[in-house]
Write a protein that binds this ligand. Structure first.
Ligand code: DAH
Length: 339
């Protein structure tokens, strides 16, 4: 019996020296101490021994069991320790390695341009106002002196709701809303989203952005309009920018004009950007029609004013030399990264 026990211990020690995992250790424990394990079998065989021998043999087996349990326990700690060391080595971090920069976004070019425009006009004492994107026919058309027969009113140009309201087709209704408040003098810009039933192409989108400007005071003249807008163009496109005003027609201004700025790309010589014109159309403007003033409760014999409206997409495209409007909306990172 003593020999058998010694051999069992030896066997156990040998298997322990080859152990690689806790799973293998558990198998060893079952092989030795489990219900069908070697030591358990030995213990069972004690039934065959004579009653006089049994206590002594029992003690031997028990002490062998204790020492095997101890060996297994030590092996267990050793394996756990080793596994932990291996894991620590594998997960080791080199704190001196250069870090990874988080991918930071940037302002969309339209936002940059809008920020510039706001700064320029705030610098000239303008306030910023915003208003509803759904308008009644009164604000969107009538109060702007746009007659019932005007093509802009047709279903082809305007998104109508049942009942006659529509998505605003320009930011000009904001002129009316500001004038109606009756606080004079007025100096305000109104940026915002506008809607027209246009097919998407390189220069059109059914949703786009405008910036409206309005000034009303006593003694405001066309000279003020020209000076203001020339200054604005220089601030936005650079100090050497020249502007020119072409007569135009808008129902809500009289006289009306369109303003062009000398091409920022060629300085006016003519190039691909300005289609060899030297100038680029920037905005519509004019002296507010006396009838529009009157409808909004302002006495046109005392007050005069000017207004202007520009498309933000168009200005952004000009400012950054973008050739296709759709690029501004597609959110292609390869495009946006360039700004
Ligand atoms: N509302 C015009 C448009 O959408 C732009 C415009 C022209 C606005 C002249 C004005 C203005 O305030 O005076 O095309």
């Amino acid at each position: 019996m003593t020999d058998k026990l010694a051999e069992l211990k030896l066997q156990c020690a040998e298997r322990i020296s080859n152990l690689k995992s806790l799973k293998e250790l558990e198998q060893l424990r079952l092989d030795m101490l489990g219900k069908k394990g070697e030591l358990t079998q030995l213990l069972k065989s004690l039934g065959n021994a004579s009653p006089e021998e049994r206590p002594a043999l029992g003690q031997l087996v028990n002490s062998a069991r204790e020492s095997i349990e101890k060996m297994l326990e030590e092996a267990r700690s050793a394996i756990i320790k080793q596994e932990r060391n291996e894991r620590l080595a594998a997960e080791r971090i080199d704190v001196t390695m250069p870090g990874k920069l988080p991918a930071l976004g940037a302002k969309h070019p339209m936002t940059t341009v809008l920020d510039n425009l706001k700064a320029i006009f705030i610098g000239m004492g303008y306030e910023i106002a915003e208003g509803p994107e759904i308008e009644t026919p009164y604000y969107n058309f009538d109060a702007l002196n746009i007659p019932a027969t005007h093509p802009a009113r047709s279903e082809q140009d305007t998104f109508y709701f049942e009942g006659g309201d529509s998505l605003r087709t320009s930011t000009s209704p904001m002129q009316i809303r500001i004038m109606e408040q009756g606080k004079l003098p007025i100096r305000a810009i109104c940026p915002g989203r506008v809607y027209r039933r246009d097919e998407v192409d390189a220069t059109h989108a059914p949703v786009f952005h405008q910036l409206e400007g309005i000034v009303v005071d006593q003694g405001v003249t066309m000279g003020d309009l020209k000076g203001t807008l020339e200054l604005f163009a220089r601030e936005l496109f650079g100090g050497n920018t020249r502007v020119r005003f072409r007569p135009h027609y808008f129902p809500f201004t009289e006289p009306s004009a369109e303003m062009d700025a000398s091409c920022f790309a060629c300085g006016g010589e003519g190039c691909r950007v300005c289609k060899y014109e030297g100038f680029i159309e920037i905005l519509g403007c004019g002296m507010i029609h006396p009838r529009v003033l009157q409808m909004s409760g302002i006495d046109p014999t005392v007050y005069t004013g000017f207004a202007f409206g520009m498309g933000l997409e168009r200005i952004t495209m000009q400012r950054f030399g973008v050739s296709d409007l759709r690029l501004l909306y597609e959110n292609d990172v390869r495009f946006l990264k360039q700004f």
